[in-house]
Design a protein around this ligand. Structure first.
Ligand code: SAM
Length: 219
């Protein structure tokens, strides 16, 4: 994408009514604890897609489950632009995007405000474990905002990130709901894993990589 196009998308995202942007690293009183009553104006459960990129899980699940709310979160505006524009045009009333670092989720959500989390194809950060979105540091953040029993779904092409996540799940005494070591070759009935493909997933599939999935809950 050219620089002009990128800047255009950043400007668009700033004015899109379905995208919120972080302005600083402080608590956001307009959003935190306000998603049900003020933003979505319903009491429907909220699913987050973290490191959402173009937001394929957000838009596709939102279309399928109009009785649920979906928020895609990523720091990169030009990527969020794709899902946000689609959601505005259709329109998908149950979709919002948040441009922020995931490290600051506690500034945007109160305890029990989130029902489910998807983390598709987050960066494996081969040399910086702490930056991985399934590190204990991030699980501590998710624990604070998820409802009891809330599900975390991780989909990845990275064997390193997958094995690391399985280790962290064990260390943190979480309960695995479903583990699929090869999404496209193992038999399972989780249709969203094959019917929804993200931008990065398509590239990994073309490169012949194995796609893995694990879902888990805090004990
Ligand atoms: C490999 S891409 C995957 C994007 C998308 N999920 C997909 O599968 O196409 C990883 C994304 O995570 C975002 N990201 C990485 N660390 C982040 C963080 N701490 N906070 C917010 N976004 C982050 C990047 O901006 C990037 O869009």
């Amino acid at each position: 994408m050219g620089r002009k196009n990128k800047l255009g998308r950043i400007a668009d995202v700033e004015r899109f009514p379905n995208v919120f942007e972080y302005k600083n690293f402080k608590e956001n009183p307009d959003l935190k604890g306000k998603w049900h009553r003020h933003i979505f104006q319903n009491a429907n459960p909220i699913t987050l897609e973290l490191a959402c990129g173009k937001g394929e899980y957000t838009t596709n699940l939102a279309r399928k489950y109009p009785e649920r709310n979906f928020i895609g979160i990523d720091i990169k505006g030009p990527r969020i632009w794709v899902g946000a524009k689609q959601a505005l045009e259709e329109p998908l009333e149950n979709v919002r995007f948040l441009r922020s670092f995931i490290d600051h989720l506690e500034n945007f959500f109160v305890e029990n405000e989130v029902d489910e989390i998807w983390i598709p194809f987050s960066d494996p950060y081969l040399k910086k474990e702490r930056k991985r979105l399934t590190s204990p540091k991030f699980l501590d953040i998710y624990r604070k905002i998820l409802t009891p029993g809330g599900l975390i779904n991780v989909k990845t092409d990275s064997g390193v990130l997958y094995n690391y996540t399985l280790d962290v799940i064990e260390q943190e005494n979480c309960t695995i709901e479903q583990r699929i070591d090869d999404v496209y070759h193992e038999k399972h009935n989780h249709e969203h894993l094959t019917t929804i493909q993200t931008y990065y997933e398509k590239m990994h599939l073309e490169a012949g990589k194995t796609i893995r999935y694990v879902s888990f809950r805090f004990a």
